[in-house]
Design a protein around this ligand. Structure first.
Ligand code: WTA
Length: 666
């Protein structure tokens, strides 16, 4: 039991302990408790995944669990028909119609909290679905959503799902350019956005950014604007064009409308989500209705231990995959109460999250290591002011969690009474892949745990050979799973290239010859616990957000006065990684603070504030191999103040020391 009087002794014990048993108070009530599940799933594969499909309501049951005739274009639950919005709403109405589906905690500035019961959610989603259909949205039309954490975001997502229109949510913090790129790539003719929102108490204009983005869209579009600010009289004046209307106007005349959920094939697209990859262009990850929803539901139930009577709190933004799977689809499919909050964890004060947990008696908290490191820095007095005893389970996602942050979370948030699930997964995997099952497995801080039952995860060397415990290698998934992406939108070739080519025999039609490569490094211990070491491609992870170095570089070279740029991730105490930009100026341009600022602004404009460089380092040259490739590893060494690796393969070894001197002199 937690007892702060134990003070230093307890700290010392915690610091040394590296294995933690799940507390009996948790295991006694957990959804999954039988360790035999690992063996059973392995023996029964792929039929074991009927367990996930069984959590859903199917209009037509499926014929085959897995169709692996054409790898890596796997299909799951083929022949089955279902609708995601009916699964997330309608089927809960009879028993849970009056229970809260969504608890929305708005920015503190206008105290706009709101509870949506399943009945109310049903009504709102139906009206939105009817109105969108009237606007012309048909089955399979991609609808882009560009909104912050306001209730209309999940409502419109579910409305799209109801009429069989895939959504593509663009994180509200992304720039106008990023919006345009995604709408163009998806040929999306519909945009639902908002006039603005509150951040740290201030009203922000969002429509201006959206409108600027629309200017860059190559085809005709229809826009719907939710009046988050105008509804409070805080609106910025906007003249809506002929192809634009407010959300209220869109809904007018649809009060009480109901829309029969469109029957979707298990393999029909539920949504697209753009994410960063090795090359400059974001990748449109395609997720399907049956496999994805089954995966989000099954993992919510077995890993997050979600039960209908819970008040489950994930602090992510719905603009990222975590919010899709673990604020919207997984929890609602299970009929629980899911929370969403608007704003920031330190506004109005640094106890915002703890106040929410206490007030709503949240039963689970799922957040990111970057947030935990910030909480830790702010101090344990903030959570200590609140009663957090409603919490039963804690989770983390997005990046590796260091053992110290893990233990802080365990002690100061969980009161040493909650298991922590450190969940490794990706936008592409649809849901969790590597984590302990909280009612079964011991936890080891810093290690995500074993792969979930039914998954074949192996750590391999560059040749694809499995390697032994303790050695660093590459993470691979050697069998398909229901939640996996099906392809990259309109780009099957790139799908193979990005995820499969590395370790597969791409000419084979034998599924055993196909290996999924998530582009993470990892190691495994003697108990089969996996520690994920981070990305091995040109992707950096800033505060749990994936950013492609190429995207940032192309934004930087777009700035007047810049000749060349190389971007790497450097260690950062709170963010995990931060953006370091090495820049060569053009002839005739001086290395000034003004240029530095324009570079930062340029990145902000092209991608968004999350991608802004922590440091811009001017250099006359970049370290290059004889074949002309930039040696990023060395630039990383410099950013991290580490010993430089081998420089003998460089064309210009002297430049590295020059850069190092510049950085250290900074
Ligand atoms: C990293 C987020 C270590 C990893 C759901 C992965 C993690 C990328 C963990 C995916 C974890 C995510 N431990 N690393 N528990 N979870 N990652 O697509 O590098 O935004 O490839 O999906 O985050 O990021 P994405």
């Amino acid at each position: 039991m937690s007892d702060s009087d134990e003070g230093p002794e307890l700290e010392a014990r915690l610091a040394e302990q590296d294995v933690f048993e799940p507390p009996a108070s948790f295991t006694d009530q957990a959804n999954v408790t039988d360790p035999a599940i690992y063996e059973e799933f392995e023996e029964n594969w792929p039929d074991c995944w009927a367990a996930a499909a069984d959590l859903l309501e199917w209009e037509d049951s499926y014929d085959r669990v897995l169709d692996d005739d054409n790898p890596p274009f796997y299909e799951w639950f083929t022949g089955g028909k279902l609708n995601a919005s009916a699964n997330c709403i309608d089927r809960h109405l009879a028993e849970r119609g009056d229970e809260a589906a969504i608890e929305w905690v708005g920015e503190p500035v206008d105290e706009a909290n709101r509870t949506y019961t399943y009945e109310e959610l049903h009504r709102e989603v139906n009206e939105a679905a009817a109105a969108l259909r009237d606007l012309g949205v048909g089955e399979d039309d991609v609808v882009t959503l560009y909104m912050p954490m306001i209730p209309e975001l999940p409502i419109v997502m579910l409305a799209c799902a109801r009429i069989g229109a895939p959504h593509s949510v663009v994180f509200a913090g992304f720039s106008a350019d990023a919006l345009a790129t995604r709408m163009n790539a998806a040929d999306s003719e519909y945009l639902v956005t908002c006039d603005g929102y509150y951040r740290r108490g201030d009203a922000l204009d969002h429509l201006e950014k959206a409108t600027e983005g629309l200017d860059g869209v190559e085809h005709d579009t229809e826009t719907v604007v939710v009046e988050r600010l105008a509804a409070n009289g805080d609106g910025v004046d906007h003249d809506l064009g002929p192809d634009q209307r407010t959300y209220d106007d869109l809904l007018a005349g649809h009060e009480g409308a109901t829309v029969e959920p469109v029957s979707r094939d298990a393999e029909d697209m539920l949504f697209l989500m753009y994410t960063s990859g090795t090359t400059g262009k974001p990748k449109g990850v395609k997720h399907t209705t049956g496999g994805y929803l089954a995966w989000a539901s099954w993992t919510s139930q077995s890993v997050l231990d979600v039960k209908p009577e819970d008040t489950y709190f994930c602090s992510a933004d719905i603009g990222w995959i975590t919010g899709h799977s673990y604020i919207v689809y997984g929890p609602l499919a299970l009929g629980t109460t899911t929370m969403m909050y608007e704003g920031a964890p330190d506004q109005p004060d640094r106890d915002r999250l703890w106040e929410i947990v206490e007030e709503y008696e949240a039963t689970q908290l799922y957040t990111a290591p970057t947030a935990i490191r910030a909480f830790m820095k702010w101090g344990e007095e903030y959570p200590a002011e609140h009663d957090l005893s409603s919490l039963r389970l804690l989770g983390t996602v997005g990046e590796p969690i260091n053992p110290r942050a893990w233990k802080w979370y365990y002690k100061h948030i969980g009161g040493e009474d909650c298991p922590i699930v450190d969940t490794w997964w990706q936008t592409e995997t649809g849901g969790m892949m590597i984590t302990t099952l909280p009612g079964i497995g011991d936890m080891k801080p810093g290690s995500a745990g074993p792969p979930l039952p039914g998954l074949d995860v192996r750590i391999v060397d560059t040749a694809g050979e499995e390697i032994g415990a303790g050695e660093a290698g590459y993470l691979t998934v050697q069998k398909p799973w229901p939640g996996m992406l099906r392809t990259l939108y309109n780009n099957d070739e790139r799908y193979i290239e990005e995820y499969w080519a590395e370790y597969s025999d791409v000419d084979s039609d034998d599924p055993d010859d196909w290996v999924y490569f998530p582009e993470d490094g990892a190691k495994i211990d003697d108990d089969g616990y996996i520690t994920v070491l981070g990305r091995v491609d040109d992707v950096i992870n800033v505060s749990g957000h994936r950013l492609g170095t190429m995207e940032i570089e192309s934004a930087i070279v777009g700035v007047e006065g810049v000749a060349e740029a190389a971007v790497v991730g450097g260690n950062h105490e709170i963010k995990g990684e931060a953006v370091y930009a090495y820049v060569i100026t053009e002839e005739g341009y001086a290395e000034t603070d003004d240029l530095r600022q324009r570079i930062i602004d340029g990145v902000n404009e092209a991608i968004g504030p999350i991608a802004k460089p922590e440091q811009v380092i001017f250099t006359p040259e970049l370290p290059k191999t004889r074949s002309g490739k930039i040696m990023r590893r060395l630039l990383e060494n410099i950013a991290n103040d580490e010993e430089l690796g081998n420089t003998s393969t460089l064309r210009n070894p002297e430049v590295v020391e020059d850069i190092q001197r510049t950085v250290q002199g900074d």
